[in-house]
Design a protein around this ligand. Structure first.
Ligand code: E4P
Length: 218
């Protein structure tokens, strides 16, 4: 499974990219606004830090406007993935962009029907928001299972399921068990995946025993 990080904070992205475990980045208008930087500036820096797909979202709501913004976003770097909302206008833009060979991410997906339409529109990625579904008492990971089941029935569909709105490591593990292609994870959740109390405890014991032995490796 590919790991994307869901942030526009370039310090966080730089630190996580240094692990070599990062396959891409997703942003959205809220995250870019939170960064306090201009869209072109922040996306260009992220694209330099991470060579994989970097999602940058359009703000227009009509197809023509989205296509105009998409051209500007795609011109920032070859690894920009244009994010469009899951609306009729968004899918028309997605279809046009996919025919032009531009990578796309259909965002704000909350149903299997929407995911099916996104795939038919030629989206490179579809982003079902599992956390926001859980928030309203629906089953976010159940939706991922449903979408993967549908896509597997039609091998010609090339859209990757990008599990979004991830809130905790359990979402990531379930996504991997289901065979989702990608999870986009907030930096804090990604860091939670590294840690286990027994790892810390075990390492402390190893280091203490090693120090008692008085040896040195290098
Ligand atoms: C995905 O691309 C979105 O940016 C993101 O995962 C939304 O997550 P949230 O529900 O935590 O805002």
């Amino acid at each position: 499974m590919k790991f994307f990080v869901d942030t526009a904070d370039t310090a966080e992205i730089k630190a996580l990219a240094a692990t070599g475990l990062l396959d891409g980045v997703t942003t959205n208008p809220s995250l870019v606004a939170k960064s306090g930087r201009g869209m072109a500036d922040v996306i260009a820096e992220i694209c330099r830090l991470v060579p994989g797909p970097v999602s940058a979202e359009v703000a227009a709501t009509d197809t023509e406007g989205m296509l105009r913004e998409a051209r500007l976003l795609a011109a920032i770097a070859p690894n920009v993935t244009v994010k469009v909302p899951m609306t009729e206008a968004g899918l028309a833009a997605c279809r046009a962009l996919s025919l032009q060979g531009v990578m796309t991410n259909v965002t704000l997906c909350f149903s299997a029907g929407q995911a099916l339409l996104a795939a038919k529109a030629g989206a490179s990625f579809v982003s079902p928001f599992v956390g926001r579904l859980d928030d309203i008492g629906a089953d976010g990971m159940g939706l991922i299972a449903e979408i993967l089941e549908i896509y597997r029935n039609y091998p010609a569909l090339k859209t990757e399921v990008l599990v979004a709105s991830v809130r905790h490591p359990g979402h990531v593990i379930t996504a991997a068990r289901l065979g989702a292609h990608v999870a986009t994870v907030p930096p804090g959740v990604l860091r939670q995946l590294f840690v286990h109390p027994l790892t810390e405890k075990g390492l402390a014991v190893f280091l203490a025993d090693w120090a008692k032995g008085g040896q040195s490796i290098g």
